[in-house]
Design a protein around this ligand. Sequence first.
Ligand code: SF4
Length: 73
Amino acid sequence: MATQWGLCKSCKWWQIEPDAKIEDATLGLCIDETLQPFQLSVSGNSGCNKFMSGTPARGKGSADQPPTAEPAR
Ligand code: SF4
């Protein structure tokens, strides 16, 4: 279990639009399994202690508010 705080833009649980750039202001959906029920919309410079280092997933509707994308992981 991850306990290290980190930024969404470097987290494997961040899911963004298929053509989105990885930037501080880019909006995406958090697909951490325990946070999925909250449909958490987070930007690249958001973060939390569920952080896990990796590259973001991609899915259409990840930046909608509320998000309409299905979690890809
Ligand atoms: S909210 Fe936390 S778990 Fe979700 S993408 Fe951001 S850092 Fe990762």
